[in-house]
Design a protein around this ligand. Structure first.
Ligand code: 13P
Ligand code: SF4
Length: 335
C-alpha cells in the first residue's frame, strides 16, 4: 500500500498499514525522529518490552499524565491506549499527540457509555462523581474529579467523610476503596477484561508451589484476589514494592508487560505472572499489545494517527483532571 492510500485508510484500520523494509533499524530510526521532530515517546508498563526500552518516559497513568502536561516536546508519541493519549491532548493541546494504533481502546473505558452514565448521574444529583482515568473524555466531562490507582485514596481522603460519591467505571477499584476507606460509594459496574479474569484457584496452587512468594496485585483485580494479596497498588507502586521488598519471588496479578521492568530492575528476583482462568499461562491486554515497534515508527514518521478533540469537550474534560493533579500535588504524589 502506498503512503496516500495507507493514510486514507487510517481510521478504518486504526494504523498506517505500510510494509517496512525488514533491514531497517527501527530503533535507530526512532531515535533520529525524536531529534528531528523534537518528539517524546511516552510508554505505559503494559506495552511490549522493546517499546518500553525506546521510551523517554515509562510510567503508570498518573506519571504519564503529569509528563504529558509538562513536556516541551512538539510531538507526544503515546505508546499506550486511546484514553491515555487523549488525556495527553486534553492537558497539552498545543502539542501534536500521535498513537501507534487508534484501535488501542480499553474494556474498562468501554464499560461506561456516556448516555447511560449521564442518566445514572442525574438520578443521584447530590453525589460527587469521581471517575477513574480509564474512561472516555465524555465521562471525564461528566465527572467532578478524576483519579488513578496511585492517587484514588488520597483524593478520597481530601473529601469530607459524609460526602456522597459515585465512583466509575471500575467496580473492583471502587469496592477496594470502599473497604479501605470505610466509605459507601455508589459503584458503576464496569471492569477491566484483563484484571477481572485472574484465577483465584490457580494463584492459590501457585502459592503452594512457591511458599516464599508474595502475591502482588493491581486494585482492578476482583475482591477475592485482592484479599489474598500481600500488597495492592498501581503499576508503579507494584514495581517499586517488588524491587525494594526483600522477598525474592513474586506472583504478579496485573498485565504481564510490567514483568519486563521488574526483571530489569531486579534481575536476581523471580517474577511469576498470575494465571487467568482462560487456559493461558499469562494475561496480556489485547489493546496495549496493538502497539508494535513498527507502528510506533510509522506514526512518528508520518505523524498519524493523530488525537484530535472538540475544544468544548476538551475544556470540560480538563477540569476534573486538573482537580486530580492539584490534590495529588498537595498530597506529595507528583514527581
Ligand atoms: P495504572 O498504570 O495507573 O496502574 O493503571 C493500570 C491500567 O490498567 C492502565 O490501563
Ligand atoms: Fe483497559 Fe484493562 Fe487494558 Fe488497562 S489493562 S488498558 S484497564 S483493558
Amino acid at each position: 500500500m502506498n503512503i496516500a492510500e495507507a493514510k486514507s485508510k487510517v481510521v478504518e484500520k486504526g494504523f498506517l498499514d505500510i510494509e517496512l523494509d525488514v533491514q531497517m533499524d527501527l530503533f535507530a530510526e526512532i531515535e533520529r525522529l525524536k531529534k528531528e521532530k523534537n518528539a517524546i515517546v511516552l510508554a505505559h508498563y503494559y506495552v511490549d518490552g522493546d517499546i518500553q526500552d525506546v521510551a523517554d518516559f515509562l510510567g503508570d497513568s498518573l506519571g504519564l499524565a503529569q509528563k504529558a502536561q509538562s513536556t516541551n516536546a512538539d510531538m507526544i508519541v503515546f505508546a499506550g491506549v486511546h484514553f491515555m493519549a487523549e488525556t495527553a491532548k486534553i492537558l497539552n493541546p498545543t502539542k501534536k499527540v500521535v498513537l501507534p494504533d487508534l484501535k488501542a481502546g480499553c474494556s474498562l473505558a468501554d464499560s461506561a457509555p456516556a448516555g447511560l452514565f449521564k442518566a445514572f448521574k442525574e438520578k443521584h444529583p447530590d453525589h460527587l462523581v469521581i471517575s477513574y482515568i480509564n474512561c472516555t473524555s465524555d465521562i471525564k466531562a461528566l465527572s467532578d474529579i478524576i483519579c488513578t490507582s496511585s492517587n484514588a485514596e488520597a483524593i478520597l481522603n481530601s473529601l469530607p467523610k459524609e460526602q456522597k460519591i459515585i465512583f466509575a467505571p471500575d467496580k473492583n477499584l471502587g469496592g477496594y476503596l470502599n473497604k479501605k476507606t470505610g466509605r459507601d460509594m455508589l459503584l458503576w459496574s464496569g471492569a477491566c477484561m484483563v484484571h477481572q479474569i485472574f484465577s483465584l484457584e490457580k494463584i492459590t496452587k501457585l502459592k503452594v508451589r512457591h511458599p516464599n512468594a508474595k502475591v502482588i496485585a493491581h486494585p482492578e483485580c476482583e475482591e477475592a484476589v485482592l484479599r489474598i494479596a500481600d500488597f495492592v497498588g498501581s503499576t508503579t507502586q507494584l514495581l517499586k514494592y517488588a524491587v525494594t521488598d526483600k522477598t525474592e519471588e513474586f506472583i504478579v496479578a496485573t498485565e504481564t508487560g510490567i514483568l519486563h521492568q521488574m526483571q530489569k530492575d531486579a534481575p536476581y528476583k523471580t517474577f511469576i505472572p498470575a494465571p487467568p482462568n482462560n487456559g493461558c499461562a499469562c494475561n496480556d491486554c489485547p489493546y496495549m499489545k496493538l502497539n508494535s515497534i513498527e507502528k510506533l515508527y510509522l506514526c512518528m514518521e508520518y505523524e498519524t494517527p493523530e488525537i484530535l478533540m472538540d475544544e468544548e469537550l476538551r475544556v470540560a474534560a480538563k477540569k476534573p483532571i486538573d482537580r486530580m493533579l492539584e490534590i495529588s500535588r498537595a498530597a506529595g504524589l507528583l514527581g
